[in-house]
Ligand binder design. Structure first.
Ligand code: PPS
Length: 292
């Protein structure tokens, strides 16, 4: 049974959404991006916080130790479409950000991105994660985050994932849509969670070349150390322990951080059903790894 305190999913221009991400729609669509803004875009649970912290440390890690020690990541990298009572909306937080560039997070599918980001030719970093691990991570997140709809049991969650009936809609449409955009919009860097896990240093180098940054060897080492899973898990500014909507006794935000955890969740039959459906939906030019 759905808990009355949990938000309800509804269809919003063809994408499953909840009020927290649509109530501020006019301000989101009219958001004024600046040319040096960097938009971090992901389907939920694809590695948003990880790449946000990489970018945050690359740009501001040296400049302001106070910033690193006192501000949670979700205040340093505003979540554009988020609006909920008693806290600043994502658009307000972004408007007030004192940094240059501003790092801004979104889970919006590509067709919903405010037009000023395209008009200003902003840099965008998209992180994609293989569908199976992405779904496992989202399942545990929805169990512990009371601001998300009730996940139900694992098997019903899998059916919802296949049908695109999760917040921010279909994983397939999301990763395909952003992938297609990359063909025509050159300021988009499309990354994979699995690559980041396999060789963080290599992926940081690629990211820096996209962003026009050239950190020293020491700076790069500092970033690599800061963004290690255990370090982020133990860092109150990156582990979401300050967010009251989450119950870490059910599942922590920094849960496992692994490639291949899906093997601990899918039955053989579920895996076959998933793979059969996957072939029909994924853009064949977009290739994911489900193990490394
Ligand atoms: S959110 O709520 O959409 O912003 O969540 P998001 O940050 O995209 O995804 C959370 C998952 O990313 C994992 N994570 C990491 N993995 C490896 N290394 C580092 N440093 C790291 N930081 C976050 C986090 O553990 C969640 O994945 P799971 O599989 O649930 O552990």
């Amino acid at each position: 049974m759905d808990s009355p305190s949990r938000p309800k999913l509804f269809d919003f221009h063809g994408v499953s959404m909840i009020n927290a991400f649509t109530d501020n729609w006019e301000a989101i669509q009219n958001f004024k991006a600046r040319p040096d803004d960097v938009l971090i875009a992901t389907y939920p649970k694809a590695g948003t916080t990880w790449i946000s912290y990489v970018l945050e440390l690359l740009y501001f890690g040296q400049m302001s130790p106070d910033r690193q020690n006192t501000l949670p990541i979700y205040e340093r990298v505003p979540f554009l479409e988020l609006t909920c009572p008693d806290i600043d909306s994502g658009t307000d937080l972004a408007d007030k950000l004192p940094t240059s560039p501003r790092l801004i997070k979104t889970h919006l599918p590509v067709q919903f991105v405010p037009k000023s980001f395209w008009e200003q030719n902003c840099r965008m970093v998209y992180v994609a994660r293989n569908a199976k691990d992405n779904m496992v991570s989202y399942f545990h997140f929805d169990r512990m985050n009371f601001a998300q709809p009730e996940p139900g049991d694992w098997n019903s969650y899998l059916q919802k994932f296949l049908a695109g009936k999760l917040v921010f809609g279909s994983w397939y449409d999301h990763v395909n849509g952003w992938w297609k955009k990359k063909q025509t919009y050159s300021n988009l860097h499309y990354m994979f969670y699995e690559d980041l896990a396999e060789d963080t240093g290599r992926e940081i180098d690629k990211l820096c070349s996209f962003l026009g940054l050239s950190p020293s060897a020491e700076e790069k080492a500092r970033v690599m150390s800061g963004v290690k899973f255990d370090n982020m898990k133990n860092n109150a500014m990156t582990n979401y322990s300050t967010d009251p909507t989450m119950d870490f006794k059910i599942s922590p935000f920094m849960r496992k951080g692994k490639v291949g955890d899906w093997k601990n969740h899918f039955t053989v039959a579920q895996n076959e059903e998933f793979d059969e459906d996957y072939k029909k939906k994924i853009d064949p030019t977009l290739q994911f790894r489900t193990e490394i």
